[in-house]
Design a protein. Sequence first.
Length: 165
Amino acid sequence: MATTSSDGESATADREILISREIDAPRELVFEAFTQVRHLSRWWGPEGFTTTTRSFEFRVGGAWDFVMHGPDGTDYQEWITWREIVPPQRIALLHGESPTDPDAFESFLTFESTGERTRIAMRTVFPTRELRDQAVEKYHAVEGGEQTLSHLAAYVAGLRHGTES
């Protein structure tokens, strides 16, 4: 968790991106869609991207090794290590290009039940402000994160209405 300075601001605020969305589905279903590879590979990523999973082990210390295929044909090697899993409330992960990526960033996801809906919040903390700025400016991380959560919402809606399997 982030520490807070005496003025009340997070000590990591200049290295963070926070994206949240309310999804019209129960928390357990949203959590399942985020944690089972049969679902995750179908909605993960921003507009125009697809995902190919090489390996997936959802447990603390386990990893998701995958490739994101960009709309321009560029492949992005990706690696996520699961650091904390508290079903269906919270996930912490380390995300980089490989298990030894020095520029890997941490993400903390919370799933809050609001009746039959779920508020998902994704807080990403980069090692440096420069890496955060690069992610925002060069890779459009804010828009990409919002699009990814939009894909999750649409996918879960399909599950609820029987149009996804």
